[in-house]
Design a protein around this ligand. Sequence first.
Ligand SMILES: [Fe+2]
Length: 604
Amino acid sequence: MNILGISAFYHDSAACLVRDGEIVAAAQEERFTRKKHDAAFPKKAVEYCLQEADIRTEDLDYVGFYDKPFAKFERILETYLSIAPKGLGQFLSAMPIWLKEKIWTRSNIRKKLEYYGPVLFSEHHESHAASAFYPSPFKEAAILTMDGVGEWATTSLAVGRGNKIELIKELRFPHSLGLLYSAFTYYLGFKVNSGEYKVMGLAPYGKPEYKKIILDHLIDLKEDGSFRMNQEYFDYLGGRTMTNSRFENLFGGPVRKSETSLTQKEMNIAASLQEVTEEIMLRMSRYVRSLTGMKNLCLAGGVALNCVGNGKILKEKIFDELWIQPAAGDAGGALGVAMCIWHQVLENKRQVKKEDAMKGAYLGPCFTDESIRGFLEGRGVSYRQLTNDELTRTVASHVKEGKVVGWFQGRMEFGPRALGGRSIIGDARSPKMQLVMNLKIKYRESFRPFAPSVLGEKASDWFDINSMSPYMLLVAAVREDKRVDILEEQKKLFGIDLLNIPRSQIPAITHVDYSARIQTVHKETNSRYYDLIKEFDKETGCPVIINTSFNVRGEPIVCRLEEAYLCFMRTEMDTLVLENFILDKADQKPLDEDTDWRDKFELD
Ligand SMILES: [Fe+2]
């Protein structure tokens, strides 16, 4: 039984193929079209999923879509009517695409896929909940989903048992933690639906001086974590912006222009928002625990990408264990709806895997040695082919020497994080690596530290964490015995200067508050990456390396050989590893490009 799940038409379109309950393939459309957060119908992602499963559309038994377009349309219509005539411009500009495409999703899918079987729809939060629970390692669990908005729901509390998910409660539009976070993302001069993680990265530099203002004026927060947002300060109901002039007055200034320098004020606002967000996440977690009595919690929805908040839930020990869907955003809805059809609609028994059913999130395309050799020969590239052992030793020594390595191995990850399939790696012990990688490789703002990959069994030797974090969705502090003292006068430094003071034995991945966004690496899901870090540990006594996504700023993570090679050649990366093939930059002829590739990617 083949089920294809699709998410599309909002942001992060994706496709996922589930065969007899097993996740065979999943990928985001942006990786193929090279358009970040591509929201178009995921034609190429579907093609890839079918190819991976070695089937054609006529072999599909069901196609599922991750939300209900009519209910969403109704929400847009009702919202407009509640504020009319304000919002007419926004309403009119949204209509053509709705009338032409979105409302006809079923016939659209049939036409685009040339598929004539059943097309089923689940609700947006049902898809998130299914993506959080069904692949989790728990037989039963509480489920919490939080995002911007789907049809009406913005948060849902549910319980999963066996193959059934039961919705308990939901919070509805316009009261939304995702939209609150996005409103501040907008106000702080970052892109909505993309720059939220920058706000999270900025927060540790600030003091939560605006927390009281947020709680007094913007939201009315209840003990159970539910809240109401005061719409007098926001403009997302019918305007073209997230916040309005009252919001600007409240925070003492206009919206920050993007790419201008960041001041302490922005950092304090980010810190305040982050604290409020954590407070809401904690209260909701406690509430869903008390309602369900469950010992474990599953999370999904865009807010579940707030790994600092997730780390707090874990640290507070509200639940015994936490499992977070790696594709927590809307891309994961494709997986959710397919799993929902298999379990909830068709009532098939659920197989619970000891780790989980995500295969390490390595659900995308991979390349054979023959195809890689063909590619390299075709381009006249200078390369060496190594055995597994040679490769592990060579790359570990490159990292140790301070080289920056493009690491392209196995199947591409599903979800926004690179997890050692499409990663750029470096030495976490190096005090200058943070700056080098930000400015020479990623070409991005330098206030953001990098994330570590650490051997699973050694994570608690280096970080205050006792559980695994295979999907880089938990933040924990670097252990005190790995920290180094910094001078009193260094503490007075500001922003990036503060980040540049080494504060631990692994400074490149240690944020100014000693936090780190951890990926634990496991032999079972990525043995080659595991072996590499193990070898690095053997040589240096440090089981931690830097892992950042294989792309430049604004570019989707690389998917195919061509993109990896171009990213390697265009940046100051030293080494490229494509499976068992290794390329040294020093041996390469320069690229002859007639345009500036930097114009290709819009800044995120
Ligand atoms: Fe969502």
